[in-house]
Design a protein around this ligand. Structure first.
Ligand code: CA
Ligand code: CA
Length: 185
């Protein structure tokens, strides 16, 4: 009899745990669904507006910003300025730029050597490996060029440029996250 009661208690406890586990994700998702609606209204996180390839989503934003402003903007929607892992990705990003602007306008991506000149990193923390620098770039012009623009010159290669210059930019997100922080106006 005692054994039966213990078993019954155990079953109840298990059921309660299972119920709690089932509730938790639901509560979280309904909360983020509200954020989702706000963001979607602003057209920022509608999946249709992002291009999926190589396990990430990419989007070109045409309004020119400084590199820092662009990176902050990307972060505010759960992304970073795009890193580029290989030549295929580089080509895909160029086609994104060209879809929006027929003339392959120079565009910020996430490379920077602002911390130590000549030591480049990606703002999303991924490994800096593939490069597509233009001939004689990066030249750190006037000792002040620490941010990476792509689609530079007719060769559509990479150049280092003063970070305060304003360029369109490409954000990339590795996972589809629902941002919970404030969206920039
Ligand atoms: Ca530099
Ligand atoms: Ca340069």
């Amino acid at each position: 009899m005692m054994a039966m009661m213990k078993l019954a208690v155990l079953v109840l406890v298990c059921a309660a745990v299972a119920q709690t586990r089932a509730d938790a994700p639901e509560a979280a998702s309904s909360e983020s669904a509200e954020d989702n609606v706000v963001l979607e209204k602003k057209g920022l996180i509608s999946r249709a507006l992002w291009t999926f390839f190589g396990g990430r989503r990419f989007r070109y934003f045409s309004s020119p910003k400084t590199w820092d402003e662009a990176e902050n903007f990307c972060r505010s929607i759960g992304a970073n300025l795009a890193s580029v892992k290989n030549s295929l990705e580089n080509t895909k990003l160029l086609s994104l730029i060209n879809q929006q602007k027929a003339n392959y306008t120079p565009t910020w991506i996430g490379g920077s050597d602002a911390q130590k000149n000549g030591v480049w990193f990606w703002s999303d923390g991924s490994k800096y490996q593939y490069t597509n620098w233009c001939p004689k770039e990066p030249n750190n012009g006037r000792g002040q060029q620490h941010c990476l623009q792509m689609s530079y010159t007719k060769k559509r290669c990479w150049d280092d440029l003063e970070c305060r210059e304003r360029r369109p930019f490409i954000c990339a997100m590795s996972r589809w996250r629902i941002p919970r922080w404030r969206i920039p106006g």
